[in-house]
Ligand binder design. Structure first.
Ligand SMILES: Cc1cc2nc3c(=O)[nH]c(=O)nc-3n(C[C@H](O)[C@H](O)[C@H](O)COP(=O)(O)O)c2cc1C
Length: 374
C-alpha cells in the first residue's frame, strides 16, 4: 500500500482522515495514517490549543489541517473579521432567522439565554483562514494544509510551500482540479458526489480516474464513499496515491459524539442522506431529518447563498449545541452515503488496520485472477 505520498509525508499508509475532533486526528496519525483537523470553526486562539494538544498526543507523527476558502470569497484579504461580519449581517433577511427559530421551537429545543451569544460562522472566507494558517505554520508536525471549496490564493500556496509543507485542495470536477494545479497546489483531493458535506455532481467512480488522467503526474487522493479496504484498492487501482476519508471517523470510539448522534449514524442506510443548502448555502450532504425536510418544503424560504445561510442559522446552531440530545432530530449532521456501511464502533487504530487488512485480502483476490506464467 506504500505510495509516493507516504514517503513525501513520512507515513505508513496513504489513509487520510478528515475530522473536527483532535482525538481522531492524533489517533489516526499514531496508527500510521494521516489525520487532518478541520479548522473551520476554530478561532486562531482555539486552533492553537487544538494543535498543541495534537502535537503532544500524535507520537511524533505528521498530521494536517483543513481550511475553507471558497471560489467566490465574500471577504477581502485584509478585512477585519468584525467588519466583514457586520457587512454580511445586513444582507441576512429576518425571515430566514425566524424560520430557523421556528423549526427548533416546534421540536422543543430551548432558546438561548440572554447572556449567550451565537457564534456566526463567517468562516468561509480567507479573512478567517489566513490567521488559521499563520497559527498552523508555527506547528512543525503540521505537514499539509488542505483547502475546501476553491482554489487557494496563489500567495498562500507559495507561503505554505516555502515553509516546507504540502498544499492540497478538494475538487469535485476536472475543471476544479485543473484550476488547483494551475495555482501550484501539490495534491488534489478528488471528492465524489457520495461524500459527506460539500460535494459536487460527479460520482467517485467517474471522477477519480478523470482527475488522475487530467492532472498527471500531480498526485491525487480519492475521496467520497471510501469505507472498506476494497474501496482503497479501487482508488489505488485507478491511479490515486491514497484515500481521503471523512464519514467513517464519525463513529469511532475517539470521536466526541453524543450517544444519540452516533446511534443515528449506525442506524442510517445509504438512502438516508440528502444534499441540501439549508446548512451553509452550498449543497452539503447530510442525514435527512426534520431540519433538511423543513427547508425543502415549497412553502418555506429558499436557503441563502454562502455565507449568508450559515449566518441566518447561527442562532439555531448555538441552540442545538447547547441541547444536543433534545435537538437530535433537527441537528444538521454531515455524512456521506457510506453511512450505510458504518455499523460498528471501533477505535481509530482498529479502523486503520481494518482498511489495510481488507485491502490486502482484496489484492489477493485480484492476484488470483491474473494468470501466472509457470
Ligand atoms: C462531519 C464532516 C464535516 C466535513 N467538513 C469539511 C470541511 O470543513 N472541509 C473539508 O475540506 N471537508 C469537509 N468534509 C469532507 C471530508 O473532508 C471528506 O472529503 C469527505 O468526508 C470524504 O467523503 P466520505 O465522507 O464519503 O469519506 C467533512 C466531512 C464530514 C464527515
Amino acid at each position: 500500500m506504500r505510495t509516493a505520498i507516504c514517503d513525501r509525508l513520512g507515513i505508513e499508509f496513504p489513509i487520510f482522515a478528515f475530522s473536527h475532533c483532535r482525538d481522531v486526528v492524533a489517533a489516526v496519525s499514531r496508527a500510521g495514517g494521516f489525520g487532518v483537523l478541520g479548522a473551520l470553526a476554530f478561532s486562531p486562539e482555539e486552533l492553537e490549543v487544538e494543535l498543541s494538544w495534537i502535537d503532544a498526543h500524535c507520537g511524533d507523527r505528521p498530521y494536517g489541517i483543513d481550511i475553507v476558502i471558497p471560489r467566490h470569497d465574500p471577504g477581502r484579504a485584509s478585512e477585519d473579521p468584525a467588519a466583514l461580519a457586520a457587512r454580511l449581517r445586513e444582507q441576512v433577511p429576518e425571515g430566514h432567522r425566524a424560520f430557523a427559530r421556528e423549526i427548533l421551537d416546534a421540536h422543543g429545543v430551548p432558546g438561548l439565554p440572554p447572556e449567550a451569544r451565537a457564534r456566526e460562522l463567517v468562516g468561509w472566507t480567507q479573512t478567517i483562514a489566513r490567521p488559521q494558517i499563520a497559527t498552523a505554520l508555527r506547528h512543525e508536525r503540521v505537514r499539509l494544509v488542505a483547502n475546501a471549496l476553491g482554489t487557494p490564493p496563489v500567495d498562500l500556496v507559495r507561503e505554505i510551500q516555502a515553509s516546507g509543507r504540502l498544499v492540497a485542495a478538494l475538487a469535485g470536477s476536472v475543471r476544479h482540479a485543473l484550476a488547483h494545479v494551475e495555482a501550484g497546489v501539490d495534491v488534489v483531493i478528488a471528492q465524489g458526489h457520495e461524500s459527506a458535506a460539500h460535494t459536487g455532481e460527479i460520482t467517485s467512480l467517474i471522477l477519480w480516474p478523470q482527475v488522475v488522467d487530467a492532472i498527471a503526474p500531480v498526485p491525487v487522493l480519492a475521496a467520497g464513499g471510501v469505507g472498506t479496504g476494497r474501496h482503497v484498492l479501487a482508488a489505488l487501482g485507478m491511479g490515486a496515491q491514497g484515500v481521503w476519508t471523512g464519514s467513517i471517523w464519525l463513529t469511532v470510539e475517539e470521536a466526541q459524539a453524543e450517544p444519540a448522534e452516533r446511534e443515528s449514524y449506525l442506524r442510517a442506510t445509504s438512502h438516508d442522506t440528502v444534499r441540501t443548502r439549508s446548512f451553509t448555502g452550498k449543497p452539503n450532504r447530510m442525514l435527512r431529518n426534520a431540519w433538511t425536510e423543513a427547508w425543502e418544503r415549497p412553502d418555506t424560504p429558499d436557503p441563502l447563498p454562502m455565507p449568508l445561510q450559515g449566518m441566518a442559522v447561527s442562532e439555531a446552531m448555538a441552540r442545538i449545541q447547547r441541547h444536543p440530545a433534545l435537538a437530535q432530530d433537527v441537528a444538521p449532521s454531515s455524512v456521506g452515503q457510506v453511512v450505510g456501511m458504518m455499523n460498528e464502533v471501533r477505535s481509530c487504530r482498529e479502523e486503520v488496520y481494518r482498511l489495510v487488512e481488507e485491502y490486502l485480502e482484496a489484492t489477493e483476490r485480484i492476484e488470483k485472477l491474473v494468470p501466472r506464467e509457470t
